[in-house]
Design a protein around this ligand. Structure first.
Ligand code: MLT
Length: 395
């Protein structure tokens, strides 16, 4: 008899966002006439920008003609897209070569797959509250997880100390779910810690495009020493509305080696074995994001989400609830009122005002008592949700 991967029995019953979707479905089935205001999962509401859809259309036409048709794409990414991404880093003063960029079908796929590079005995540190897939992917792999709680006292940006024993370190900045962003000095402490201990940082930069404070780093490779200790995982999902289109990229510097093995070379070996790459059409759409016009258009959309954040923050100001985030990240992290636990608050908002958010407990034990709103709903729905929040919670 084949034996199943027993690590799966160590997972929570169901994945956070699946759990929420089930609860919301049950509510809608019972209350078919009620419109919901969805600010739970961070799924975008604006369509792809014109620069991207034009490139996608052209790429479809290319595939219809013998002279421009593409079959298998290079497994690590099309040179035109790897070059465009490397240049995007170079423009920001970060020295990345095209063959250090790997095109992926999105950050969530990559965050799980990348674990193939590391020995099973390497413990993984997860700074919590955290995107739940970090924990689940490591539980599935049977890896030891070190949970590092953060809180209001350290601005949800903990610092390393010598008591931490971990070989893989997850850092998400801007953070999902708290919206906190590591400044250079604090991030440098993690870089130094990783280099000193031979650890590797998996830097999730999926929300970097939302940073507006100019002194904050968008990439860990803006810091000295990061090329010998970090892998950066990025996504066009939130940056350019690709949640349903799927495209991301991963940067693995050539200097990143452990025990004589190069993680860049290992990832080439992995990708050439385990994938046939991302489709030509989608990569053409992705390349359009990195043109000047593409950047202008995606930042116009990001501006709309940022305005949603302002609308929600001003509603929260009126309620007197404590919150953070929303400025350099598309998430607002708030304290539930009256010491309510986060799932009770979830049910309260759903039942009373049909607003859907994400309970903080789903991001780790230290998220209990907190709640997350995503700012990706339409401006109309966001304004109505803000109005309902005020009338329910205003003191
Ligand atoms: C979230 O809501 O945390 C994200 O949208 C989930 C994801 O990116 O997979």
């Amino acid at each position: 008899m084949i034996l199943p991967n027993k690590n799966y029995s160590n997972l929570k019953d169901s994945y956070l966002f699946y759990n929420i979707a089930q609860k919301v479905k049950a509510y809608s089935d019972k209350n078919p006439g009620k419109k919901l205001y969805r600010m739970g999962i961070g799924d975008v509401s604006l369509p792809l920008c014109d620069a991207v859809t034009e490139a996608l259309h052209e790429a479809v036409c290319d595939q219809a003609k013998k002279e421009s048709f593409h079959g298998y794409m290079p497994e690590c990414g099309a040179p035109f897209l790897r070059d465009a991404i490397a240049k995007h880093y170079n423009k920001r003063g970060v020295n990345i070569a095209s063959d250090e960029v790997f095109v992926s079908s999105g950050a969530s796929d990559e965050l799980g797959d990348i674990l193939d590079l590391f020995d099973k005995s390497s413990p993984a540190l997860v700074i919590e509250p955290a995107y739940p897939a970090y924990v689940d992917a490591n539980v599935m792999a049977g890896r030891e997880i070190v949970h590092l709680a953060s809180g209001r006292e350290n601005g949800f940006l903990p610092e390393p100390d010598d008591s931490i024993k971990a070989d893989i370190i997850y850092i998400c900045s801007p953070n999902n779910p708290t919206g906190a962003v590591f400044g250079r000095d604090k991030l440098k402490k993690w870089v130094d810690f990783a280099n000193k201990n031979g650890a590797v940082i998996l830097f999730d930069a999926a929300y970097e495009a939302f940073i507006e404070d100019t002194e904050l780093p968008h990439s860990i490779f803006e810091l000295d020493g990061a090329r010998t200790c970090a892998i950066e995982i990025c996504s066009l999902s939130k940056t350019a509305g690709f949640t349903g289109t799927r495209l991301g990229y991963t940067v693995i510097p050539k200097e990143l080696k452990r025990d004589g093995m190069s993680f860049n070379e290992m990832w080439v070996r992995n990708r050439t074995t385990k994938t046939n790459g991302v489709s030509y059409i989608i990569q053409k759409g992705g390349a359009a994001v990195f043109t000047d016009e593409g950047q202008r258009q995606i930042h116009r959309n990001i501006g709309i989400y940022k305005n949603n954040a302002k609308v929600l923050m001003s509603a929260l100001d009126k309620t007197g609830l404590w919150y953070c985030g929303g400025k350099n990240a598309p998430y607002i992290w708030l304290k539930c009122p009256d010491n309510m636990d986060s799932w009770t608050f979830f049910d309260y908002l759903l039942n009373e005002i049909q607003v859907v958010g994400t309970p903080g407990e789903g991001f780790g034990a230290c998220g209990e008592g907190y709640f997350r709103f995503s700012t990706f709903a339409s401006p109309e729905d966001t304004a109505e949700a803000a109005r309902r929040l005020c009338s329910l919670l205003e003191k």
